[in-house]
Design a protein. Structure first.
Lengths: 155, 141
């Protein structure tokens, strides 16, 4: 639990930092060139770290399923959805909705246990927890929006 | 209405990405999953870029080189995300990731680092962060 929490905090901090860096690139290079750059450097870094930790094992892909080859396309769907959602709704409402939707679907996936993940049974307490977090996100984004004329962030 | 659908779909796909990576990593390993999914995503984005040819990529030169490497963080992000999902489930992981993300962005906004427009600390925003943390505590009950 503590280990998982620590990893989540590290991952989340890096997501925040990455979003700032990416939006700087995107201002000049557009969203598709930025997406290609971001995924390309991400691939290179993952390959290097994988080689460093696992050596030749990095190239052994056990039980490879056909759909694994297409999972990267989800990332492209993410970019299309975020760019259009934020363009149509503005950064405050757009980002609040994206983050809340992320949480809602997380609860759904845990409850259903799709894709062979361990099922975490749904309880009303979990729904309350998710709603309180979503409320916090909306309050946080809204009260920040008044001083935030410039779209310096994406998500 | 269309904007709302895009935003909801975007959130769903971000979560799906984490879930799919977790599933794939069970078979081929975590670094392998991170490398594979970003490689295929990279190829797809490159193809789209070739089709739309907006020529905007030439703007890379006007960006500080430091900002080019943001994508490289994803290796650690995906590793952390996947491992955390295996340890404590999707909901808890996504919630903790979001809060850390918003807190760090807020800290950078308040400090005015990386040339972002400096923000003052506002009470409602602190209450918002407090609510998010309270929500995560509720999830553990």
């Amino acid at each position: 639990m503590v280990f998982g929490l620590l990893l989540s905090v590290i991952a989340g901090s890096l997501v925040g930092l990455q979003n700032i860096f990416n939006s700087k690139v995107s201002e000049h290079a557009g969203s598709w060139a930025t997406t290609a750059l971001v995924l390309g450097t991400g691939f290179a870094a993952s390959l290097l770290l994988g080689l460093a930790f696992e050596g030749k094992e990095m190239f052994v892909l056990h039980n490879m399923q056909l759909w694994y080859w297409f999972s990267g396309v989800i990332g492209v769907g993410v970019v299309i959805s975020l760019v259009n959602g934020i363009r149509l709704l503005g950064p405050t409402l757009g980002v609040s909705l994206v983050l809340s939707s992320q949480l809602g679907f997380a609860l759904l996936w845990d409850s259903l246990g799709w894709l062979g993940l361990e099922r975490v049974p749904f309880t009303p307490t979990k729904l309350i927890g998710v709603l309180v977090i979503a409320g916090g996100i909306v309050l946080f984004k809204w009260s920040g929006a008044r001083v935030y004329a410039k779209a310096t962030e994406t998500v | 209405m269309k904007g709302i659908l895009f935003a909801l779909l975007g959130g769903a796909l971000i979560t799906l990405q984490g879930v799919a990576n977790s599933r794939i990593s069970q078979d081929i390993g975590t670094w392998q999953a991170a490398a594979l999914t970003q490689f295929t995503g990279f190829v797809t984005a490159l193809l789209i870029l070739l089709v739309i040819r907006d020529g905007k990529w030439q703007g890379f030169g006007r960006v500080k080189p430091l900002y080019w490497i943001g994508g490289a963080f994803a290796a650690v992000i995906i590793y952390g995300n996947v491992t955390a999902i295996h340890h404590m489930g999707v909901t808890f992981t996504i919630a903790a990731v979001l809060i850390a993300q918003l807190c760090l962005t807020y800290w950078i906004d308040v400090s005015g680092w990386f040339g972002v427009t400096k923000q003052t600390i506002r009470m409602p925003q602190l209450v918002g962060i407090g609510m998010m943390i309270a929500g995560v505590v509720i999830l553990t009950f």
